[in-house]
Design a protein around this ligand. Structure first.
Ligand code: ADP
Ligand code: ASP
Ligand code: MG
Length: 413
């Protein structure tokens, strides 16, 4: 009998009716002879509701208490699903993160899983139980409840699949797989039958929130095959795995990711001399602010402009830090812009195909979109553009790279 880990996201457990449907699905897998460990998210909207409650009390509550609060959402759905399974004659037990002992570090609200104790789960599986585990949460060495960051139930599922050496980790959600780009933005987006860990990691890192980044990292590291599927529609979904698709020529581009979560800061008129980048970004790093894209212009009159992006939430703090730096180094001014977006084309095929960047820039030029910043890695090219052009950019790139067309020779699944 094979062991499968199945994760159901917020909309899939968003009502009692849906939880009953999920129970039918899990019961079906049991009937077919599989052992099943289910990971559930909180009901859709619940985590946001809990965060809003906290903010009614305090703008920045202590992270430890935030974790105690937001972890409750997943505890509700585990119990309800276990009841629905029991009702169907499927022996089921629910566990929260600390009961399993999903041990994490103590970085509240963004903890990382260090170890999973699989003894209790194996004992239950041997006794014929189906296990329902609360996603998104763990416990630190001292017994404090921790959470894994938004979307963290994906990571719980993949980590459990790795720890239990499951045959597959199935991520059930409200789309029937990973698409060439967010299907809510581009009508012509197409489901991919498979994608490599490496490509999925870039897609997730560049803003495709269909899977949490950490989940993809885990899957790659432990070689856990992950399949993204629709909770309530049958279909093959998308398989995320190590191998590139050998039966067809690898397409140059697998997909297009985008995100609106960044803001841009420019410090203008800074002296062009050794150590200046460190002088600017050092204090930003010390303030625990992550920097993404960086551009330094060529100098005129021995001064230069230095531009970088940070998470939009960090903009006020970053600006404060930068104003101080500007005074210290005699820079002319600090400017900021939060109405930007980042669009990235991703694909392992880029390694062997030249001209992807120029095709990308041409497609954007043809619709009159100005590129503000560019950054590349081996398998991706990202540009920063004005936010109002985001959808137009994604659509233009999608058709320029012919992502709406079915690749030749692709087998149906
Ligand atoms: P869940 O609550 O099940 O975890 P999420 O909302 O986290 O679901 O993830 C599913 C959503 O991800 C989809 O509804 C879709 O809008 C979005 N999404 C973004 N990029 C993609 C993509 N490339 N392929 C599929 N879905 C995507
Ligand atoms: N409930 C958490 C969230 O909304 C975790 C998850 O759903 O994956 O972010
Ligand atoms: Mg999610």
């Amino acid at each position: 009998m094979s062991l499968i880990v199945q994760k159901f996201g917020g909309t899939s457990v968003g009502s009692i009716e849906r939880i009953e449907q999920v129970a039918d699905k899990v019961a079906g897998f049991r009937q077919n002879g599989h052992d099943v460990v289910v990971v559930v998210s909180a009901m859709s909207g619940e985590t946001n509701r809990l965060i809003a409650l906290a903010h009614e009390i305090q703008e920045r509550p202590v992270p430890r208490e935030m974790d105690v609060l937001v972890s409750t959402g997943e505890q509700v759905t585990t119990a309800l699903l276990a009841m629905a399974l029991n009702k169907r004659g499927v022996k089921a037990k629910s566990y929260n993160g600390s009961q399993v002992r999903i041990l994490t570090d103590d970085a509240h609200t963004k903890a990382r899983i260090k170890e999973i104790d699989d003894q209790r789960l194996h004992a239950d599986l041997n006794e014929g139980y189906t296990i329902v585990v609360a996603g998104f949460q763990g416990v630190d060495e001292k017994g404090n409840i921790t959470t894994l960051g938004r979307g963290g139930s994906d990571t719980t599922a993949v980590a459990l699949a790795a720890a239990l050496k499951a045959e597959e980790c199935q991520i059930y959600t409200d789309v029937d797989g990973v698409y060439t780009t967010d299907p809510r933005v581009v009508d012509g987006a197409r489901r991919l039958s498979r994608i490599t860990f490496e490509e999925m990691l870039e897609m997730a890192s560049m803003g495709s929130k269909v899977l949490q980044i950490r989940a993809v990292e885990f899957a790659g590291k432990y070689n856990v095959p992950v399949r993204v599927l629709h909770s309530f529609q049958d279909g093959p979904g998308t398989l995320i795995s190590m191998e590139e698709n050998s039966e067809m020529e690898t397409p140059t581009i697998a997909g297009i990711a985008f995100n609106r979560d960044e803001a841009k800061l420019t410090i203008a008129g800074v002296p062009d001399m050794p150590g200046i980048a460190h002088h600017i970004l050092g204090p930003i790093g010390d303030a625990n602010i992550e920097v993404d894209v960086i551009v330094q212009n060529v100098s005129h009159d021995n001064t230069t402009d230095f531009t970088f992006t940070v998470g939009r939430n960090d903009l006020p703090r970053a600006q404060e830090v930068l104003e101080k730096v500007a005074k210290e180094i005699n820079a002319r001014e600090v400017e900021s812009d939060s109405k930007i977006a980042k669009v990235s084309v991703v694909g392992v095929g880029m390694r062997s195909h030249a001209g992807v960047a120029s095709q990308m820039f041409k497609a954007l030029a043809e619709v009159g979109i100005n590129i503000q910043m560019i950054t590349t890695s081996e398998i991706k090219i990202s540009v920063i553009i004005e936010e109002k052009f985001l959808e137009l950019a994604v659509r233009s790139l999608h058709s320029s790279f012919e992502l709406d067309k079915e690749p030749v020779n692709e087998n149906a699944a």
